[in-house]
Design a protein around this ligand. Structure first.
Ligand code: ZN
Length: 460
């Protein structure tokens, strides 16, 4: 339970509607995927940076743990709570403050959803190129604090590359206004980077300055069956080279995933026949409405001639583009047999086939009927492995994690490409980070949050 004198001070410092407790918490969850009811007894919903600062100053003085909540679509148990935690939700800070079409920046509150900004930018002929399946609920503050990746990293980078500036509140309530609007600014330490990707353990992001791009005039999408991994790797290089910087997605599916999302009860239909070892969605975006289509078509024809592609379709309408993307986005099919174990590993492209083969054979050796699905952002070196729990013993998780993570150490892979560490992967961090790196993380944590009240237990 929350200390009663702290509660009284929070009530005095914040407007009445900023505190939610008791029955007001009914229906509140703390995780999109697991639908876990919120365990914390107190939710704070500040509407301004000043209120965030006041709340944190009081919690800091009382040594009160605070868990920050965004859209709750983070996937690594970063938003889990205990009855003794205070939850700080940024849900009321959801105002798009400005969009500047000349400077091409947006200033937003941390609680604005990704989709909200995507749509607002489009209305001005601009684009915010971050994109991921949870766009409707994921918040920009959450995207920044986890350095979210998604579908177009190959072209536009991760969230880090799109944040020009931000405002963050430290554990003790100190506001750090780092609302830089410039693309180039080497004036001393780039402090925003401390808060991006640190999963809310070093400060609470309250506002952001985000970089926008010109809205593409043309989008081309193809879906191809590929005869082997060498052809797949050659196809990636060929399309990137041929499209003159236009390649915006290269999303690979292993055959089990393709089968799953193109067979009932899934609603998707197979654009190319089954039976190939790899399938890939290729997307190009550019500013030349006529020329881009021709360039995409001829690059693709060359790939077919060179034998890099066994079978393919090029989408001829927005509806066909949407249908192809829907296959890639239909990840929930993997949850048909219970909540799956989801992994997001990074590794060098050349190591992918041997790695996937090793993980698959190690899983099958232990559990012959295991369902394992592999797909992901090959252009970024990022694969998603999703393993269904059916047919596995209830306590299989640690053994599955070992099978997935252990081989990454030798090949210089990462245990998280884009989802982050949260509570879920903390034990495996030494696979991806050296002891000296982890020690420096602890030094930073100690300097910025000496009482350890912000998202305690996450990351390190
Ligand atoms: Zn992903």
């Amino acid at each position: 339970m929350i200390d009663s004198s702290l509660l009284a001070r929070l009530k005095a410092a914040l407007p009445g509607d900023a505190l939610v407790a008791g029955e007001g918490l009914a229906g509140r969850t703390e995780d999109w995927m697991h639908r876990q009811p919120m365990r914390s007894a107190l939710l704070l919903r500040p509407a301004s940076t000043g209120e965030v600062s006041a709340a944190l100053a009081l919690c800091h003085a009382a040594g009160q743990p605070v868990i920050t909540h965004g859209g709750l679509t983070g996937l690594v148990h970063g938003a889990d709570t205990a009855p003794t935690d205070v939850v700080l939700s940024l849900e009321r800070m959801r105002r798009i403050e400005s969009i500047d079409p000349l400077q091409r920046v947006a200033v937003v509150g941390a609680g604005v959803t990704l989709q909200q900004l995507q749509e607002a930018a489009e209305e001005q002929g601009l684009a915010f190129p971050l994109d991921l399946g949870a766009r409707g609920s994921a918040t920009l503050g959450g995207n920044a604090s986890t350095n979210a990746g998604g579908n177009r990293v190959l072209r536009f980078g991760m969230t880090r590359e799109m944040v020009l500036g931000l405002e963050a509140v430290l554990a003790d309530g100190t506001v750090i206004p780092a609302m830089n609007r410039l693309i180039k600014n080497n004036s001393g330490y780039d402090l925003k980077q401390i808060f991006i990707g640190s999963e809310g353990t070093l400060g609470v992001i309250t506002r952001l300055v985000l970089r926008l791009r010109e809205k593409p005039a043309r989008q081309d999408v193809a879906f191809a069956a590929v005869p082997g991994f060498d052809a797949l790797a050659a196809l990636l290089k060929h399309m990137d080279r041929s499209l003159g910087g236009g390649l915006s997605a290269f999303e690979v599916m292993w055959p089990e995933f393709y089968q799953l999302v193109t067979t009932p009860p899934a609603r998707g239909r197979a654009p190319v026949p089954h039976g190939s070892p790899y399938y890939v969605l290729i997307e190009s975006m550019g500013g030349d409405a006529a020329g881009d289509g021709e360039r995409f078509q001829s690059a693709f024809e060359k790939a077919v001639q060179d034998g890099l592609v066994a079978d393919a379709v090029v989408a001829r309408s927005q509806a066909e583009i949407a249908a192809i993307w829907a296959l890639r986005d239909d990840v929930l099919q993997t949850a048909r047999w219970g909540l799956p174990f989801a992994f997001d590993v990074s590794l060098p492209i050349a190591d992918m086939p041997a790695y996937v083969e090793r993980v698959s054979s190690d899983l099958r050796a232990r559990w012959p009927d295991v369902r394992a699905y592999v797909f992901g952002h090959m252009g970024d070196g990022n694969l998603h492995l999703v393993i269904s729990p059916d047919g596995l013993p209830a306590d299989a998780r640690p053994a599955v994690e070992r099978i997935v993570y252990a081989p990454l150490e030798q090949i210089g892979g990462a245990i998280s490409a884009e989802h982050g560490i949260g509570l879920e992967k903390k034990a495996w961090l030494p696979i991806s980070r050296s002891p000296a790196e982890i020690a420096l993380m602890r030094t930073l944590k100690q300097a910025l949050d000496p009482k350890g009240i912000l998202n305690p237990g996450r990351v390190i």
